[in-house]
Design a protein around this ligand. Structure first.
Ligand code: MN
Length: 295
């Protein structure tokens, strides 16, 4: 039978049938999924009850796993509930208890409620992210996606010309500050020094342009901070208007894979006393979007 993909939103997002992610993929299935990612930017796989190792093996069909040189957030190695190569995006502690409301780890997670692209604060930002839902809460917790190619295409000519050469500065600390949490350690400040990213990026496989926005973007090179923030907010509002957004209502054992080079996403609220166990594998991008400034 093989892979088939049905578009489930008017501008992007496909739902994939005919594949079992627990098993190694045939070469033609990898090709069909890659083509689907290039076309739809977000793919939904239903009823995939997989282990962490199976999720890692599935993801690696599409590239190299992202290895963070610096701790990606303030949960240090040894404090993680999961093994290597998979990120714990749950609301659980290492011991499987629900994180308390005033835990710094929870504050950092709340930053994911803002529209962002994964690892845009890294010199080489992420390619695909794959999120697997193992336990879902009884309400809420949707993940929303926005098509940044459609958002770019819909800009007026004047704005397209204005954004073309702009370079933004991204830091995890910008997005965390934006939810009102700025109590960073000197180590965090050092780890998350801003990196530069193009505001308009061209997809290496499709050649399509997109807006590379993210809550991690907090400055535009050569602009004052207030003017940059106001403009980035305007662009984000444009890019996340309803017609460019898909809201994913999770079912247990869904896996959703998205291309961070063409989309933004954000987490939605749920009852934080209920367990939400979701796990992410992430693929490394292949190059910086722009040369970094000399240190
Ligand atoms: Mn994310």
């Amino acid at each position: 039978m093989g892979v088939s993909i049905k578009q489930v939103h008017s501008v992007f997002v496909g739902e994939v049938a005919g594949v079992d992610l627990a098993r190694p993929l045939a070469r033609e299935d990898v090709a069909a999924i890659t083509e689907g990612m290039n076309r739809y930017a977000v793919l939904v796989f239903r009823d995939q009850n997989i282990t962490d190792q199976q999720q890692i093996a599935f993801t690696r069909h599409f590239g190299e796993l992202e290895v963070k040189e610096k701790p990606g957030h303030i949960r240090k190695s040894g404090e993680s509930r999961l093994g290597a190569n998979i990120s714990d995006l749950s609301n659980l502690t290492k011991d499987g208890k629900v994180i308390s409301a005033d835990d710094r780890v929870w504050f950092f997670k709340l930053g994911d409620r803002l529209w962002h692209s994964d690892s845009s604060y890294a010199v080489v930002p992420a390619k695909y992210s794959a999120l697997s839902a193992r336990i879902i809460p009884s309400w809420g917790a949707n993940t929303e996606f926005a098509d940044m190619r459609a958002a770019y295409d819909a800009l007026d000519a004047r704005t397209k010309a204005e954004v073309e050469g702009l370079i933004c500065e991204h830091s995890l600390l910008y997005s965390r500050s934006a939810v009102g949490f700025a109590d960073f350690t000197p180590e965090e400040i050092d780890n998350f020094r801003p990196v530069r990213q193009r505001l308009v990026r061209t997809h290496p496989e499709t050649g399509r342009k997109s807006l590379f926005l993210s809550a991690h973007a907090g400055a535009i090179v050569g602009w004052t901070i207030p003017e940059a923030r106001a403009f980035l907010r305007d662009l984000t509002e444009h890019a996340t208007q309803r017609e460019f957004v898909y809201s994913h209502p999770w079912r247990q054992y869904d896996l959703v894979m998205w291309d961070n080079r063409a989309t933004m996403h954000r987490a939605r609220r749920f009852d934080r006393n209920e367990v939400r166990d979701v796990r992410r594998t992430t693929l490394a991008g292949d190059a910086p979007t722009v040369e970094q400034a000399a240190a």
